[in-house]
Each structure stands twice: as structure tokens, then as C-alpha cells.
Ligand binder design. Structure first.
Ligand code: BEZ
Ligand code: FE
Length: 305
């Protein structure tokens, strides 16, 4: 197309070559007003071009890659986020999470959000059950929200979500599970405590009926995540933490499909045979019991290298 800008210089164009295309592309973003966007685009262009130089894809291979990304987008809807899943299996979600939550003092380690936190959790009272269908292996999860100095944090919100005993989230089974099953939004009491009843979660495969599943199959990777419960704890003056607890002894703790396991987050879901305790907690005896303190860093704490 003819350049009709009045200030367009009348110079002979130079060929863009294999050697010059990367710098030319980075330079094309030089007038980006937002310096962070400029930095980001430069890094993405350099990284992408480096990968292409390394691999030298054929045209057909590049078309396959474009088709894969196109289908990844087409698979997304209100309750399915195939791009988050792609980021997860490529280890990018874990890397972004780790970079953004370098550990401060004894703060709880963060891990990936995952694609199933897309509905609002029902508000529940401490001690309520998040299991609305009556699962087999009942379990009580309790803990406190604490500041890194060990002080309890009253009034903190604790958002919880998990898959059912068959490894499915409510949003994956509309009409089978009630909306909100396996989810709850709790508020810590005056001593920073929260508590809920649930079922012991099972390990489960991430969704494999889309392009990400094809990628895993083509690379002989399994799709499983070890059994876990998700948490987001938030309180004024503190950095929110997005994390899980993992069930000790679960299969796949050493090969999570999304690279999210941290040893500090593995908990015993201990069997308890104590009728008095069961009565106090509102569950049938025997039951399982897990403890997790969620330790938040204050907003002004600086990360440790
Ligand atoms: C999850 O734990 O909900 C999850 C995380 C990453 C990918 C798929 C599922
Ligand atoms: Fe999960």
C-alpha cells in the first residue's frame, strides 16, 4: 500500500532478511507509549524469533501451530478456558505464579489458580459442608489465617473449591452436580479460624477433549493432577494467596501435569476414630481430618531472593 504520510521519507527500501527481521520487528514497536508494553513486545518477539530460528519450521508445521492455537481459542467459552490449560501444561502458569510470589518469611506458598475458578463460591458459615451431594469419604478441613508475624487475621475471606470424589468440578457437570457443589466462601472468626466439611478429593485428569489433550497425547504425557483442594485467602493489608493443599500419599504428587506441587502444601488427611470429636464437628465417625494454616505476607514486605 502507498504510504501517504506527508512526512514519509523518500528513501530506497532495504530488504528485510533473515538476519534483520528480528531487529526490524522490535524497532517497529519503538514508539509504543507504554514502556512496559514496549518491553514486553520486544521480549516476546526476540523469544519467538529465537525459537523459530532454532527449529526452522516448515510452512506446513507453522500452519499446524496456527491451527492448534486457533482451535485452542475456539474451545474457550464461559466455563472452559483452554488457553489457561495450555499455559498450565507448558509450565507458564507455575512460572508466573512463582515469580510473582517469591516467598516472604513463613508465608504460605502460592500455586496455580487453574481454570475452574470461574464461578462465585456460595457464602457459607464456618463448619458448613461444601459437599452438597453426600460423598463417601467425609473429611473436616480446618485452619487459621495468620500474618507472617504469627498474629491471627480475623475477618479474612477464604475461598475454597475442589473436584468431587470422581474428579469433576461442578462446572464440568451441569445437571449432574448442583452449581456451587465443592465450593465455599468462608470468613475467619475472631481467632482467624475457618472450618468446613467436605469429601476427600480424588486425583483427576485435566480436560483432555481439546487441543491441550492432543498435545499431551502427542508427547506421551499423562493428564493427571494429584488430589488437592484450592484456596484463595484475602485480608486487608495483606497480599492475597492463591494456593492448594495436596493430599499426602496421592498418586501424581511427583508428576503433576501442571507443575503446581510444593512440598510445603502437602497435608495428611488423617483418619480419626473419635465419636466425641465427630459429634463436635458434625460428621459421622470415623472421618478424615486435615489442617492448614494460611499465612499471608503484609503488603509492604519485600520478597526474598
Ligand atoms: C485445577 O487444579 O483445577 C487445574 C489446574 C490446572 C489445569 C487444570 C486444572
Ligand atoms: Fe483443581
Amino acid at each position: 500500500m502507498t504510504d501517504v504520510r506527508p512526512d514519509a521519507p523518500a528513501v530506497e527500501p532495504e530488504d528485510i532478511t533473515e538476519e534483520t527481521v528480528t531487529d526490524a520487528t522490535v524497532e517497529s514497536f519503538a514508539r509504543t507509549a507504554d514502556p512496559r508494553l514496549r518491553e514486553l513486545l520486544g521480549a516476546v518477539v526476540r523469544g519467538l524469533h529465537a525459537a523459530i530460528r532454532e527449529v526452522e519450521p516448515t510452512i506446513a508445521e507453522w500452519e499446524t501451530a496456527i491451527d492448534f492455537l486457533t482451535r485452542t481459542g475456539q474451545k474457550c467459552d464461559d466455563v472452559r478456558q483452554e488457553f489457561v490449560l495450555l499455559s498450565d501444561v507448558l509450565g507458564v502458569s507455575a512460572l508466573v505464579e512463582n515469580l510473582n510470589h517469591r516467598k516472604v518469611g513463613g508465608a504460605t506458598e502460592a500455586t496455580v489458580l487453574g481454570p475452574f475458578h470461574m464461578t462465585v463460591s456460595p457464602v457459607r458459615e464456618n463448619g458448613d459442608s461444601i459437599d452438597e451431594v453426600g460423598g463417601r469419604e467425609v473429611c473436616v478441613v480446618e485452619g487459621r489465617v495468620l500474618s507472617v508475624d504469627g498474629e491471627p487475621v480475623p475477618g479474612a475471606s477464604v475461598d475454597v473449591w475442589q473436584a468431587d470424589e470422581n474428579g469433576f468440578y461442578d462446572v464440568q457437570q451441569p445437571g449432574v452436580q448442583p452449581a456451587g457443589n465443592g465450593r465455599g466462601l468462608f470468613t475467619t472468626d475472631a481467632e482467624g479460624r475457618f472450618r468446613f466439611r467436605t469429601v476427600v478429593p480424588a486425583h483427576y485428569p485435566i480436560p483432555t477433549d481439546g487441543p491441550v489433550g492432543e498435545l499431551l497425547a502427542a508427547t506421551s504425557r499423562h493428564a493427571f493432577r494429584p488430589a488437592h483442594i484450592h484456596f484463595i485467602a484475602e485480608a486487608p493489608g495483606h497480599v492475597p494467596v492463591t494456593t492448594h493443599i495436596f493430599v499426602a500419599g496421592s498418586p501424581y504428587l511427583d508428576s503433576d501435569a501442571v507443575f503446581a506441587v510444593k512440598r510445603s502444601l502437602v497435608r495428611d488427611f488423617a483418619p480419626v476414630d473419635d465419636p466425641d470429636q465427630a459429634a463436635r464437628l458434625g460428621v459421622a465417625n470415623p472421618f478424615r481430618h486435615a489442617l492448614i494454616d494460611l499465612v499471608l505476607q503484609p503488603v509492604d514486605a519485600s520478597p526474598q531472593p
